[in-house]
Design a protein. Structure first.
Length: 281
């Protein structure tokens, strides 16, 4: 019977993985347990699972009236609108830009690509004041359009970087065959290239969508004083200076996490394939 021997090194690797799993799983365990406890149980036995009497009503309360400014329900709708709008705009703009930069070999295209790479490395907060002034003058503060435009501008360099690398790794034979049949550059992009971009599109959607979904700093700056609030901003309203219902805070945090977790599990294969292809290219 052949096979690799179980050695001390193998045991060491397994122990390291167990420790890492516990480190990452511990906070998630506390979140789930505390979200199902009562107020008194959170104060007295925060680590004990409420097996006998789980408080499922905590999620309903967090959804409707959990925070000082209302529940997570309206903020969930606002976050979905901002996230979907930002991701769709990013995919359209970045796919077209990445295709042109990947297939053009001029000095201008190379210079523009380096400019996008530079945009990935420079913190966006450096230009926060002029961006705020421009958006205020355009009347985009506290609006869906303003947040979608802001997120698209902030994340376009990163998305273009991934798209360009992935498209450069694609063979040109299919595009050349389409052009020989009379298809122009736009027709080749729509009929040939875009179907091949599904893995990297899933990757871009996942990464940028996760960033927009969890965005707090830009939301607190550009949505302050408006009726629009994303999930992290609304969850912050659950915490006050006098008394905080931590069971409702944890239930609200679970509401924030669950949709992202479901989407990631559904698209994880496409995500890894596209991410590896984008970096390799």
């Amino acid at each position: 019977m052949s096979g690799r021997r179980y050695t001390v090194r193998s045991l060491g690797r397994e122990l390291v993985m167990i420790v890492l799993a516990a480190a990452y799983g511990g906070p998630f365990y506390m979140l789930v347990v505390m979200s199902l406890q009562s107020k008194d149980d959170v104060q007295q036995t925060p680590f004990a699972p409420p097996i006998d009497d789980p408080q499922w009503d905590n999620y309903a309360t967090a959804w409707t009236t959990g925070g000082a400014a209302g529940g997570m329900g309206p903020a969930f709708v606002d976050t979905v609108i901002i996230t979907l709008g930002s991701v769709l705009c990013l995919i359209v703009v970045s796919a077209l830009t990445g295709y042109v930069l990947a297939r053009r070999t001029s000095r201008l295209s190379n210079a523009l690509y380096l400019l996008f790479v530079l945009g990935v490395t420079i913190p966006s907060t450096l230009g926060l004041v002029p961006i705020y002034v421009v958006m205020r003058n355009l009347g985009l503060l506290g609006t869906y359009q303003g947040m979608i435009l802001l997120n698209t501008a902030m994340l376009t360099p990163f998305a273009v970087f991934l798209y360009t690398g992935f498209i450069r790794a694609l063979p040109r034979e299919f595009e050349e065959a389409a052009q020989m049949d009379g298809a122009g550059m736009f027709g080749t992009l729509v009929r040939v290239v875009l179907p091949l971009l599904r893995p990297i599109t899933a990757t871009v959607a996942m990464l940028t969508g996760l960033i927009v979904w969890n965005e707090y700093f830009l939301a607190i700056v550009f949505l302050a004083g408006s009726e629009i609030a994303n999930l992290p901003l609304q969850l912050n309203a659950f915490v006050n200076d006098y008394y905080t219902d931590w069971n409702l805070v944890m239930a609200g945090a679970a509401i924030c996490i669950l949709p992202v977790l479901v989407v990631f599990l559904a698209l994880q294969k496409q995500f890894m394939k596209g991410f590896a292809g984008g970096l390799r290219g």
